[in-house]
Design a binder for this molecule. Sequence first.
Ligand code: NAI
Ligand code: MG
Length: 359
Amino acid sequence: MELHIGCIPGDGIGPEIVGEARKVLDRVAEKFGHTIQYTEILLGGASIDAHGVPLTEEAIEAAKSSDAVLMGSIGGDANTSPWYKLPPQKRPEAGLLAIRKALGLFANLRPAVLYDELAGACPLKEEISKAGFDMMIMRELTGGLYFGERKTTVENGIRTAVDTLTYNENEIRRIAIKAFDIAMKRRKKVTSVDKANVLDSSRLWRDVVNEVAKDYPQVELSHMLVDNCAMQLVKDPAQFDVILTENMFGDILSDEASMVTGSIGMLASASLNDTSFGLYEPSHGSAPDIAGKDIANPIATILSASMMLRYSFDLSAEADAVDNAVKQVLKDGYRTSDIMSEGCKKVGCREMGALLAER
Ligand code: NAI
Ligand code: MG
């Protein structure tokens, strides 16, 4: 198969971690008989330096004509980088929001996985970390409270602010279908999270999810209220496979879930639209504090590349090979400094990439 991958190294540690992910992808291609064509795309600070703006039309076109995009991360140190002297709409982050919008990415997937070897980093009780967990949070990305009408008024000297939470059934249906499709490739369980005891938007959410579930008889669906879900993530995270939820609930719950793994350098993410296209990037930022030092952990980016193989190219054996290489390298005792523990072998970014490619 021929894979056309748009590649956004970005800023800070971005070029280093994307370089290692490409090393692993190239090895997968060699092993499984694929060819990869990369198109380099500038975004964020790198684009500001080259073109004066964080995103160009050319970059959007290049992303659109790729099958999928792999990204490092963008942005710099807000206190010292000249990019942050620019008005907000010209800063690196504006480019990221604009490209997500231009590509119609409405589904944000964030896996939260606790690896046996890293259980020590998990802040939860030992009996919970021992059981491990592997969940996928699917967050709706373009609707709800963050995109609804908002206003602030003043009456009799008292300020009132209103934000509107709007969803139509088509927006709910398309993300629900994505969640069920992904559950079919996993343990076939969906937990839909809402606040249906209070909110109309949540009652519609629940109705539509129930309708979609009829097309997936093999998938076990349950509904959970968001406040309960926040508790369950800490109490018994192993119960979850796919968590499906709206924009703001997903924003909060995915940060909570990622923190209970204890390892930010290990967490991948994907943003999908209604085609097989996706933008794949680590959950962490550009870590300007450690950029250029060859100490960043490339695993989150490499696992994002694995999600790309699985979800945009439907290459599950290839994706499994990458995921297994990560497990193996941890088992073999190699660690970058962010996940280092006693008795392990400390390696840099480049060496970690090489070890993974080898496996
Ligand atoms: P950050 O995630 O870049 O860093 C937080 C801490 O985690 C730092 O101490 C960093 O050294 C460490 N860290 C992050 N990734 C690591 C890795 N792979 N290996 C080892 N250590 C790692 O978050 P921060 O400092 O809040 O943001 C830095 C810049 O990144 C900002 O400009 C921010 O806007 C941007 N950012 C970009 C994102 C994106 O491109 N999607 C997402 C989040 C932040
Ligand atoms: Mg957040």
